[in-house]
Ligand binder design. Structure first.
Ligand SMILES: NC(=O)c1ccc[n+]([C@@H]2O[C@H](COP(=O)([O-])OP(=O)(O)OC[C@H]3O[C@@H](n4cnc5c(N)ncnc54)[C@H](O)[C@@H]3O)[C@@H](O)[C@H]2O)c1
Length: 274
């Protein structure tokens, strides 16, 4: 029997990268998984691919920053599978530039996707979780252990040049995590964060002359890191390589399994030691 047999998980930003690897890993260990992503086609494809491995999945595409998405995501998960045990706030993107060039729109976009949206998803989760946990406590004396994992970054815990908006948002994720760990302990919900170092995904793809862009809400945003920067990062990393999406999923997974039921309010750095 899988470690997560009978568990129901939601993963945002699950169409590619760490989110997709996380959804696949949770499913491999027995969870039914609700996948969300801004890009409907990749979200549907990821859900179909994981379902083909024998898992039950549901695709709920949409931007986590849309005002009605959080309630819809929670309602769809409960309707489809009957509850929620694991919630991974992973969706996000980077929009980098030196601080003096950061626009208000750019700074706000980072706060919106990395803090405000996860907060709204968690608030929508609370509206279902609190009465449910109270019923469980009344019936058996204790609530089922539920898990929240919020994705932060070493940019938020240590700072990173060109990421003033992103690092501010990812630092706020840590405060939100620690606060909700205190509020929701009584409902047996653990709330933790993972702070990733550099993982080789679409956000950090290497480039030569021309930096790649990603399309977010009609904007082409520059992403990626130069080959020289990659080499410098690897040189500063004790494990001597960039992480993979699967390495990131592994960090999240550790906070989703029953063996971490007494761990809450923590930030797990997953950075190869960098
Ligand atoms: N890759 C890294 O080195 C690194 C380091 C630190 C933290 N992170 C964080 O890890 C998380 C996953 O990033 P990744 O590296 O897998 O990137 P990725 O680009 O490969 O995947 C991110 C996914 O999130 C989706 N997404 C973006 N905005 C969204 C929105 N508004 N609503 C729903 N989905 C949305 C994208 O479409 C994409 O599929 C992000 O929160 C990122 O900030 C990544």
């Amino acid at each position: 029997m899988g470690l997560l047999e009978g568990r129901i998980a939601i993963v945002t930003g699950a169409g590619r990268g760490v989110g997709r690897a996380t959804a696949a890993l949770l499913a491999k260990h027995g969870a039914r998984v609700v996948l969300n992503d801004l890009d409907a086609d990749v979200c549907d494809a990821a859900a179909a691919e994981i379902a083909a491995m024998g898992a039950q999945t549901l695709s709920v595409p949409g931007s986590v920053t849309d005002p009605d998405l959080p309630e819809r995501l929670i309602a769809d998960a409960v309707d489809a599978f009957g509850g929620i045990d694991i919630l991974v706030n992973n969706a996000g993107f980077i929009w980098n530039s030196a601080a003096h060039n950061h626009t208000d729109e750019q700074f706000q976009a980072m706060l919106d996707v990395h803090v405000a949206a996860p907060f709204r998803v968690l608030r929508a989760f609370a509206a279902w979780m609190r009465p449910q946990a109270k019923r469980e406590i009344e019936a058996s004396g204790h609530a089922r252990c539920r898990k929240v994992v919020n994705v932060s970054s070493v940019s938020g815990t240590q700072g990173a040049a060109t990421q003033v908006g992103y690092s501010s948002a990812k630092a706020a994720v840590v405060g939100m995590t620690k606060t909700l760990a205190k509020e929701w302990g009584r409902y047996n919900v653990t709330v933790n964060a993972v702070a990733f170092g550099y993982l080789a995904t679409r956000l950090t793809q290497g480039f030569g002359e021309t930096p790649p862009t990603i399309d977010v809400a009609g904007k082409a945003l520059r992403v990626g890191i130069s080959n020289e920067a990659t080499e410098a990062l690897v040189a500063q990393t004790p494990l001597q390589r960039l992480g993979t999406a699967e390495d990131g999923a592994g960090g999240i997974f550790m906070l989703c399994i029953p063996q971490s039921d007494y761990v809450t309010g923590e930030v797990l750095t997953c950075s190869g030691g960098a």
